[in-house]
Design a protein around this ligand. Structure first.
Ligand code: PMV
Length: 307
């Protein structure tokens, strides 16, 4: 039984989303995690994940390993006991630890493939909330935006704790994603923002409010088919993220290079300090902007169409 889940980018609202403000995220279908579950001729649950060089039986890895926790928790919640003999093959083209949601996508694809194999298929909502529980084990206080956009594989307007809203893209648009190659744990930037906020809640709440307004304006512009407006909104969101101290010299350099190459706007995406930035471009300029990003030090560039 096969299942797949896309990567994702946050378009607007990272960090402020942790404090209840809205954020927008879209799937990135050019990269994906794929899982194939089949009955095994030998006893045990055999996991093959060549991208991370893992070939093992379930019991040979710690039970809090991200893959093991998906299997244990899912079997527990579906009441599967004893465990069936399985071969599980996991592959992913989503770069790891760069804000493209690789962990959530592997968890989502694995959850779906296992549930379908056991003839207990899950809805998108069930997959999303299950993956959220797994994300909590590994990322302390995630807002829930990653599991939502990845499980639904649709653009989402997300407010923590509220039912998920997907939205329609009025006119498709092109985003270039540039990877700084710097791996930066989201946990740390989220912790640093929390320290800032604790010291001066009035100041940072008003920054979060501004970011939330940007996300709402952007959502309307996307639905109304006016994506060009997103450029200026990205630039404003980036300034606020810089104020929050979550940008970095590498991110700033790529954002700058994208703008100079003709992007309509650019910002970091995700936890910041490293990982990815995104730039809104006219489709015809995507290659030029990609080339400039590579020249400015991007380790990987992905062009994606949001539709
Ligand atoms: O680093 P990513 O892509 O997982 O995004 C983190 C987004 C934050 O808003 C910083 C944290 C969160 O849980 O929403």
């Amino acid at each position: 039984m096969k299942a797949s889940a896309p990567g994702k980018i946050i378009l607007f609202g990272e960090h402020a989303v942790v404090y209840g403000r809205p954020a927008l995220a879209v799937p990135v279908t050019q990269v994906h995690a794929d899982v194939d579950v089949s009955a095994s001729p030998r006893a045990g649950i055999w996991i093959e994940a060549p991208d991370i060089d893992l070939y093992t039986e379930l019991n040979a890895i710690p039970s809090d390993h991200p893959l093991a926790s998906v299997i244990h928790n899912l079997f527990f919640s579906l009441g599967i006991d004893p465990f069936p003999a399985l071969d599980i093959r996991i592959t992913s083209t989503i770069p790891v630890a760069s804000g493209l949601g690789s962990g959530a996508a592997v968890s989502a694809a694995l959850t779906r493939a296992l549930a379908a194999f056991l003839s207990k298929p899950l809805t998108d909502e069930q997959v999303s909330s299950f993956v959220y529980e797994i994300e909590k084990i590994h990322h302390s206080t995630p807002s829930g935006i990653d599991n939502s956009v990845i499980a639904y594989a649709r653009p989402v307007f997300f407010i923590k704790g509220k039912p998920i809203e997907t939205f329609k893209v009025g006119t498709p648009f092109t985003i270039v994603i540039g990877d700084t190659g710097v791996s930066a744990p989201t946990k740390e930037s989220v912790g640093d923002v929390r320290r800032l906020w604790t010291m001066d809640k009035v100041r940072w709440d008003s920054v979060f409010d501004e970011i939330g307004q940007i996300a709402m304006t952007a959502c309307r512009a996307i639905q109304d088919g006016r994506p060009a407006l997103l450029g200026g909104l990205m630039d404003q969101n980036q300034s606020l993220l810089q104020e929050l101290t979550v940008s970095s010299p590498e991110l700033d350099r790529l954002v700058d290079a994208a703008r100079k190459a003709g992007a309509l706007g650019a910002k970091l995406s995700g936890g910041g300090r490293g990982g990815n930035m995104i730039a809104l471009v006219e489709a015809g300029l995507a290659e030029t902007v990609s080339k400039s990003l590579t020249e400015a030090g991007a380790k990987r560039v992905i062009i994606t169409r949001v539709e």
